[in-house]
Design a protein around this ligand. Structure first.
Ligand code: URA
Length: 215
């Protein structure tokens, strides 16, 4: 399933005031086994246009395999579709200081800018289960009080936040309930290796849930 080009155009316009570059489309089949909601693309994704195709993506594919899933069976998207960056100084091997763009976590305003895109995907992809990867995707759907460390590995059945309308800066709750399974962002293990065991447990649980849902 692909979002309409007019919606992608709207997304490009809404993100334009922020330090975020490029635009990566979500991808996957209509009626997938599940929908993955990440944070935002990074440098690799912006260059090749494929979500989760960098280092975090490599980890994610391993976790999906653990749950008995392939990339082709799932729909992959994120809260923000452009790469949020910040300039930082980097010292080269020759000792020269150069300015370089680094990935950063998207702000709440950037998430709001791309909310119409995720809202559209949730409505049209028809996934029986939404797996949020990390705090940004979880909070976008389950509200600002939701915390990944408390909620990971649990199957939630609840409304999700959607933008009230395109001119609004507020979310409202959907009438419909969705099945949400929060887990950590695959890149989290780069900073905290001890999360790996928890992520493995979550994906083992996810395998059972996907099995139940496909019965
Ligand atoms: N992190 C995300 O959330 N999405 C990507 O595509 C890559 C890294």
């Amino acid at each position: 399933m692909q979002i309409p080009e007019s919606l992608a155009e709207l997304g490009r316009k809404r993100i334009a005031p922020f330090p975020a570059e490029g635009f990566v489309y979500g991808g996957g089949p209509k009626r997938p086994k599940l929908m993955l909601v990440g944070e935002a693309p990074g440098e690799t994704e912006i260059h090749n246009g494929i979500p989760f195709s960098g280092r975090a993506g490599e980890q994610l594919m391993g976790f999906l395999e653990r749950a008995g899933l392939t990339r082709e069976e799932v729909y992959i998207t994120s809260a923000v579709r452009s790469r949020p960056y910040q300039w930082k100084n980097k010292r080269t091997r020759q000792g020269e200081v150069v300015k370089r763009k680094y990935n950063r976590t998207p702000t709440a305003k950037e998430v709001l800018a791309h909310a119409p895109i995720l809202d559209y995907e949730i409505e049209h992809v028809e996934a029986p289960l939404i797996v949020t990867l990390g705090n940004i995707g979880l909070k976008r759907l389950a509200g600002p009080k939701a915390k990944i460390t408390d909620m990971h590995g649990q199957l939630l059945n609840q409304p999700v936040q959607r933008l009230k309308d395109e001119t609004s800066t507020f979310y409202e709750w959907t009438e419909k309930n969705y099945q949400i399974f929060p887990t950590f962002h695959p890149a989290s293990i780069f900073y905290n290796r001890s999360l790996l065991e928890l992520i493995h447990e979550d994906f083992d649980r996810l395998k059972e849930i996907v099995h139940q849902l496909s019965k």
